[in-house]
Design a protein around this ligand. Structure first.
Ligand code: AOF
Ligand code: ZN
Length: 366
């Protein structure tokens, strides 16, 4: 049975897990707390793939006080020999009495086997304490393991009349410094940042996150570029992080070689009409261990993703300004004859960022 105290310590473990927000990719963010007679004796968070898992760090801090303790861990302890040894075995060796787990690990190498191993060793295991919070901390890891594609966040900066640029294309800048700083955090937490070729040609973005704190890992920069029109001197080649360019079939070797020489990895993707098949792109990214994608999309790519059901979260940074007639709309949909036909979203969060708003939307539940 789970008690109020269990929830309290699990929340502590979830807070620890958040320390890995920018760095654990492709691994999940995981936190662990060791409690002996109501007192915290060890804490740990997973920080970097290949380095110690959360439970191992928490047990090391607790030392002999781990014996007969309760351990709170935000993801099922692993049972496999990966880049590090199985955490389930470490918990058994430490002689803990009880393990409270937030969510089962969806990784097929683990998925239930960690818990089974603990129970077989006589350890009491409780599953499902703050499960939703643990999943929410790792939406991409769960989506990749369970759905075979990454978690997709569409980011757009819009005016009050839902424009993203003037008719002449001018779009820098709609939002103020706080909103733009928040985008840098969204970038840093993502496994990959994606743009369409139109954005590369129009804005020449660097795409790497710029934060005050040093980053140990930089997201991959992904360009959807059907005909390989990315210039070899694009700014994104000079910023930190790998560049992957997704392209269509039938292109000359010379174009490929030029971009490879500039530092890009080229990924051939099937086309769906005129455009790259977005679902195929996402599946390829998932195979390459991309958990969360931040798509910094213009109206074309935004509309395609929306139409293919590939927007899990829509981050709208809204500036209280008007772009007026002829402005480029954030998304091209419709026309609709009936209000009942119009696409609708669920409001998940609203934050005030200086003079702007960040509105996080999710797809309407059917
Ligand atoms: C845990 N505790 O803190 C984490 C877990 O390559 P490895 O050895 O780092 O293993 C990665 C897998 O381990 C990852 O895909 C996920 O299933 C699990 N992550 N497990 O017990 C942790 N980060
Ligand atoms: Zn582990």
């Amino acid at each position: 049975m789970l008690t109020e105290q269990d929830h309290h310590f699990m929340e502590m473990a979830l807070d620890l897990a958040k320390q890995g927000l920018y760095s654990t990719h492709p691994n999940p963010r995981v936190g662990a707390v060791v409690v002996q007679e109501g007192v915290v004796v060890g804490q740990g968070a997973h920080f970097f793939a290949g380095e110690a898992h959360a439970e191992v760090l928490a047990l090391a801090e607790a030392g002999a006080a781990s014996r007969a303790a309760t351990v709170y861990v935000t993801l099922e302890p692993c049972s496999h020999q990966g880049r590090t040894g199985p955490c389930a075995d470490a918990l058994i060796a430490a002689g803990v009495a009880r393990v409270v787990v937030a969510a089962q690990d969806p990784n097929p190498l683990v998925s239930g086997q960690g818990i089974a191993r603990l129970r077989a060793a006589g350890i009491e295991v409780e599953l499902g304490c703050c499960e939703a919070e643990s999943r929410a901390l790792n939406p991409g890891f769960f989506m990749r393991m369970e759905g075979g594609r990454p978690w997709i966040r569409l980011k757009q900066a819009v005016s009050l009349d839902a424009g993203v640029a003037l008719a002449n294309g001018q779009s820098q800048w709609l939002t103020g410094t706080l909103a733009r700083a928040d985008v840098q955090k969204e970038r840093a937490g993502s496994s990959a940042i994606m743009v369409g070729i139109g954005t590369v040609l129009g804005d020449n973005p660097r795409l790497a996150p710029r934060l005050d704190i040093p980053l140990r890992r930089y997201p991959v920069k992904v360009v959807l570029d059907t005909h390989l029109r990315t210039p070899a001197d694009a700014a994104l080649f000079a910023s930190p992080g790998a560049v992957w360019i997704c392209h269509g079939p039938g292109l000359p070797d010379s174009a490929k070689k030029m971009l490879q020489a500039a530092g890009a990895e080229l990924l051939a993707v099937p086309v769906d009409g005129e455009h790259l098949d977005c679902l195929a792109v996402m599946r390829i990214l998932a195979e390459r261990q991309i958990n969360e994608v931040l798509v910094e999309a213009g109206p074309g790519l935004a509309s395609t993703l929306f139409a293919t059901g590939l927007v899990d979260e829509w981050l709208l940074y809204m500036a209280p300004m008007l772009l007026g007639q002829g402005a480029l709309a954030a998304m091209q949909v419709g026309p609709f004859e009936q209000l009942t036909e119009t696409p609708r979203w669920r409001s998940l969060r609203v934050e005030s960022l200086g003079n702007d708003l960040k509105w996080t939307l999710g797809p309407q539940e059917c």
